[in-house]
Design a binder for this molecule. Structure first.
Ligand SMILES: [Ca+2]
Ligand SMILES: [Ca+2]
Ligand SMILES: [Ca+2]
Ligand SMILES: [Ca+2]
Length: 353
């Protein structure tokens, strides 16, 4: 357990470095889910989906059965084609265990944004604050605005149980029954006052299911939200990128290798791209062949990957001036690129009346 705690702490330190990052929430599954680009998880859009789907009568349950019964039942339903929904994580920071504080800790109020996925979503994605700024505000009942006010707008999420507790995935490992030796508390995130602390295992709470990664990528919506931008060159041997949508059969697209050492904005090896995920043009046509022509297409002494695409299948039309490509790496990271095009051979073109 100690080794595990240390590993979790180490992961946490690297996460903490990104604590000011603001996620993009990318709509997925026609708005039924949102991919969070900072946490790299996908949130169910409905924050009480267990109830909405009829999996649980109210959605409010004890932590023990949430893990052992209700999440497995949700996964049996394969909601949105996913069977790996889980409870959002809590991250142990600073001193070991849940450390109560009014500022910057992993429990209490006004926590570090990376102290839990629930708190990140509440404080960064939804822009909400803890109810109290400091200890003396509690007895004086001085509320920290916009606590409460902005519950009126929780878009793009719905059905948040705003006066309730939500479960984090984590026990309070320092709360142990002296007789049985069993853990007695889990770590709850309380929407009703934007706080996080240890609650007895008899406490009930809701579950806001999440899943690791971008679950519905590849759903065919050509979404670019959250993607990294790569450099592409339509027809590597034609600087004008002329395409005749009415006559050309295929068009080649070079995925260019880039290197920070060469003055490029980022390092990118096109060999990382899974060719099965390539989508080109408005109609997102796949590559004609998944075997790339590997050649230094732009003459800068590194290897680029050229793929061919069917022009009609791509949906490129006369007068289009730009075309996009989308793909994923073998590691599952989304990338996109675009290049300008011209269509001078179109019979409708002003160049060819
Ligand atoms: Ca801690
Ligand atoms: Ca070109
Ligand atoms: Ca290059
Ligand atoms: Ca090159």
């Amino acid at each position: 357990m100690r080794i595990l705690v240390r590993i979790v702490t180490a992961v946490f330190v690297s996460l903490a470095l990104m604590s000011t990052a603001i996620a993009e929430l990318c709509e997925r599954a026609n708005g039924d889910a949102y991919y969070d680009t900072v946490l790299d998880i996908t949130w169910a859009a409905d924050a009480n989906i267990l109830h909405t789907l009829g999996v649980h009568p109210s959605g409010q349950m004890r932590y023990g059965v949430a893990e052992s019964v209700w999440i497995p039942l949700l996964n049996q339903q394969n909601y949105l084609g996913v069977s790996s929904w889980r409870i959002p994580k809590w991250f142990d920071q600073g001193a070991e265990h849940c450390n109560m504080s009014f500022s910057g800790s992993d429990c209490g109020w006004n926590m570090d944004s990376m102290s839990s996925e629930n708190w990140y979503n509440y404080s960064v994605n939804l822009g909400l604050k803890s109810k109290w700024a400091q200890q003396s505000d509690v007895s004086a009942n001085i509320q920290q605005l916009p606590w409460g006010v902005e519950f009126e707008d929780t878009a793009p999420f719905s059905n948040i149980q705003i006066v309730r507790r939500y479960h984090n995935n984590g026990f309070c490992n320092d709360r142990i029954d002296s007789v049985t030796g069993e853990l007695t508390h889990s770590i709850g995130f309380h929407y009703e006052y934007g706080g996080q602390h240890c609650d007895g295992l008899g406490s009930t709470g809701f579950i806001w299911p999440v899943v690791d990664g971008d679950v519905t990528a590849g759903a065919g919506d050509m979404s670019t939200c959250g993607s990294s931008i790569i450099a592409i060159d339509v027809d590597a041997f034609d600087p004008l990128n002329e395409i005749d949508p009415e006559g050309d059969i295929e068009v080649t697209v070079a995925l260019l290798a880039t290197n920070v050492a060469d003055g490029d904005a980022r390092d990118f090896d096109p060999g990382q791209i899974d060719p099965a995920t390539l989508e080109f043009g408005p109609l997102e046509t796949p590559a004609v062949s998944q075997v790339a022509v590997v050649v230094d297409a732009d003459g800068d002494a590194d290897d680029d990957f050229i793929y061919s695409f069917n022009v009609v299948g791509s949906g490129i039309a006369c007068e289009d001036t730009n075309v996009g490509l989308r793909a994923e790496t073998f590691g599952g990271d989304a990338v996109r690129g675009s290049d300008s095009i011209t269509t001078p051979d179109c019979v409708t073109s002003v160049c060819h009346p």
